[in-house]
Design a protein around this ligand. Structure first.
Ligand code: ATP
Ligand code: MG
Length: 455
């Protein structure tokens, strides 16, 4: 249900009727809507229907324990604030339960003057409230209190940082595009971290993994009896992401039927759980990612054109790693720092990393470093610790490469392979190649990678 932004939905759960009545009477106001429930079962039903901001909960219920119930509520309603009701003797209980996540407690008999204040404070504590209010007043500055998870300072990456800074605090949907392994998920997480909704965890769904009907249930949820096997209602991701952010990854692979339903959500901010007659209103910030060319998918008829236009409002495009190779050294340093901080990489090995085209992008680089660390000798990643494909980069993948390499090219490759085999030892290389050390030096001087590396 949609509600005015400053309305507080309060649920009172207590088995004593007079307490429910008392709290309802004392707390009711034009701003506060009070609902009551006499036991755990009724409370759980109420939570299915209304998105409560504050729940006042008796610890002892005839059909359940308030502390266990609290965990259920917190699962259902991500930003809910819970106040426990306890008798004087149960203050210890209350302390335990505050550790378990309650925001406050009140003791019977109630201090009526304090009651209203406790509920107001709880509501204010719901971080979402404060941030949302400030955002509406346009008074909220960009959130700068977040760690930057993105590594790299190429021009392209700085541009992406700029776009994130601008777009994160708004509610516009973001489409992140780019080849596999270029950091689209990293960017999605960074967008969320810098957004005004960062107090609610980012919900992520990969659209490529499920068949149409399963995906529909996951997204929209369903009512009890909606189809065979639906023995209980289930909340969908759209409802769980209300007030927060939903990241739909691999959106290009979403089945066509679900694309049309998603379009309606984006147009009207409403949806219907499977088998439900009523529309539910939601306030969701969407982030999408894909490595597919959606424009082409629209032309092929595999992607809904109207949805494409809805998604394509603010696009962040990641560059393949081969177009920002200057980032390789700092990415390598980052991955080594994370995986094995004291490990080093030889100049020659780094040079080979710089020469490679990285079809698998940053993910491939990460894997190569991980493998390199395992193979490293005395904590140094040398060329020998790198996969073979990195050693053979001179003519591969170039569309205009001639059918046959020149003799010089073959010679260069052969020299590099031998040097690599003996870990850069020139005397041994010269011996294997059957040339003098002097000749080898002359030939190496013509190989730019070697000339630079060894200086
Ligand atoms: N700029 C970056 N800074 C730090 N780590 C990065 C960066 N880019 C990518 N990575 C790392 O590279 C790996 C792949 O990144 P990510 O999963 O974000 O790629 P992707 O573009 O979403 O790929 P796919 O299209 O296959 O889902 C991850 O381990 C991620 O942490
Ligand atoms: Mg990804």
């Amino acid at each position: 249900m949609n509600k005015p932004e400053d309305q507080i939905n309060v649920l009172v759960v207590d088995d004593e009727k007079h307490i429910r009545r008392l709290l309802e009477k004392e707390l009711s106001s034009p701003r506060r809507r009070i609902t009551t429930a006499g036991d755990a079962q009724a409370a759980l039903c109420a939570v299915q229907k209304t998105r409560f901001d504050v729940i006042i909960l008796d610890i002892m219920l005839p059909d359940g324990n308030g502390i266990e119930l609290m965990a259920r509520f917190q699962e259902e309603l991500l930003a809910v604030q819970i106040i426990l009701i306890t008798g004087y003797a149960d203050v210890d209980d209350a302390v335990v339960s505050m550790k378990a996540g309650a925001c406050d407690y009140i003791t019977k008999p109630f201090d009526l003057d304090r009651l209203e204040q406790v509920v107001e404070t709880a509501f204010q504590r719901g971080l979402g409230y404060k941030k949302e209010l400030l955002r509406q007043q346009g008074a909220l500055p960009a959130n700068t209190n977040y760690p930057d998870q993105i590594i790299g300072h190429s021009k392209a990456m700085e541009e992406i940082r700029f776009l994130i800074r601008k777009a994160a605090p708004t509610n516009v949907p973001i489409l992140i595009t780019g080849e596999s392994g270029t950091g689209k998920n990293v960017i999605a997480r960074q967008l969320h971290a810098q957004s005004l909704r960062n107090h609610i965890p980012l919900l992520t769904k990969n659209c490529a993994t499920l068949q149409e009907e399963l995906m529909r249930s996951e997204l929209f949820g369903y009512c009890k009896g909606a189809f065979t096997g639906a023995e209980a209602s289930r909340e969908g991701l759209l409802s769980m992401a209300d007030e927060g952010t939903l990241f739909l990854d691999e959106i290009g692979d979403l089945s066509v039927g679900v694309q049309a339903s998603l379009l309606r959500v984006m147009e009207n901010q409403t949806f219907r759980p499977v088998g439900d007659k009523n529309e539910t209103r939601v306030n969701i910030r969407f982030i999408f990612a894909t490595n597919r060319d959606l424009k082409k998918a629209v032309a092929d008829g595999t992607f809904n054109q109207a949805l494409f236009h809805r998604l394509n409002v603010f696009t962040i495009n990641t560059l393949p790693l081969r177009k920002r190779k200057e980032e390789i050294p700092v990415l390598v340093e980052h991955f080594i720092g994370k995986l094995k901080p004291n490990c080093k990489i030889s100049k020659n090995a780094m040079n080979l990393l710089m020469g490679y085209d990285w079809p698998g992008n940053v993910r491939e680089l990460h894997n190569v470093i991980e493998r390199g660390i395992i193979l490293s000798d005395n904590m140094v990643i040398t060329e020998r610790c790198l996969p073979l494909e990195l050693l053979d980069t001179s003519s591969r993948d170039r569309e205009d490469a001639p059918l046959f390499a020149s003799l010089k090219e073959v010679e260069k490759k052969h020299i590099l392979a031998v040097m690599n085999h003996v870990d850069g030892n020139r005397s041994k290389s010269a011996e294997i190649l059957g040339i003098s050390r002097k000749t080898l030096y002359r030939k190496l001087a013509d190989i730019p990678e070697y000339a630079q590396v060894d200086g």
